[in-house]
Design a protein around this ligand. Structure first.
Ligand SMILES: CC(C)(COP(=O)(O)OP(=O)(O)OC[C@H]1O[C@@H](n2cnc3c(N)ncnc32)[C@H](O)[C@@H]1OP(=O)(O)O)[C@@H](O)C(=O)NCCC(=O)NCCS
Length: 154
């Protein structure tokens, strides 16, 4: 499965991945109110596109369709990490994480960090991340708890 950099023009495809990941998967661990605040259907697509171009994620593709994406900032911070709700448990998250880890090595980073949803915490733990702090950020006025996690790199 190819993992490559995001291309301009794919922003809406990434929104669909994000939206299905939150509504079909993270909805196990959050209330409907929290899910709607986190991934509203009527999200401003201009702002969304700007955000995606800003974080410059890697994307995973199956049959020419984007099924997952994740970014790595120069500081080692992972801002977005989502696999489509229709493509879970197929090793796509593992491939994306391996890409971020080898990119981190290339960049000489000492640590990776992320604010991780309840849903993704066991996945991040599997890859050696530890919880540093439980947090309760507000998203569009609604508290959506997550945890700040860190993985130290050799
Ligand atoms: C977390 C997420 C990215 C995992 O993606 P995925 O493609 O389903 O994961 P993979 O199939 O690559 O799984 C890799 C390994 O992690 C394990 N794993 C994945 N999700 C897990 C979970 N929630 N709990 C425990 N283990 C999990 C898998 O069993 C697999 O283990 P194995 O290799 O020993 O079989 C995906 O479930 C997701 O997008 N979740 C919802 C959105 C979200 O909360 N994103 C994070 C925002 S910070």
């Amino acid at each position: 499965m190819p993992i490559r950099r995001f291309h301009i023009g794919e922003e809406y495809e990434l929104f669909e991945v994000f939206h299905s990941a939150v509504h079909l998967v993270a909805s196990r661990d959050y209330t409907p109110e929290q899910i709607d605040a986190w991934a509203p259907a009527g999200l401003d697509m201009e702002l969304w596109a700007r955000k995606i171009r800003d974080i410059k994620p890697f994307v995973a593709e199956v049959d020419g369709k984007v099924v997952g994406y994740a970014d790595l900032q120069p500081t080692g911070y992972i801002d977005h990490f989502f696999v489509s709700g229709y493509h879970q448990d197929q090793g796509i998250g593992r491939l994306l994480m391996s890409t971020l880890l080898s990119q981190a090595t290339t960049l000489g980073l000492r640590e990776l960090t992320s604010d991780v949803s309840r849903t993704a915490q066991p996945f991040f733990e599997k890859f050696g991340f530890c919880i540093i702090e439980e947090r309760a950020p507000k998203v569009r006025g609604v508290v959506v708890p997550n945890a700040f996690m860190r993985k130290l790199l050799p």
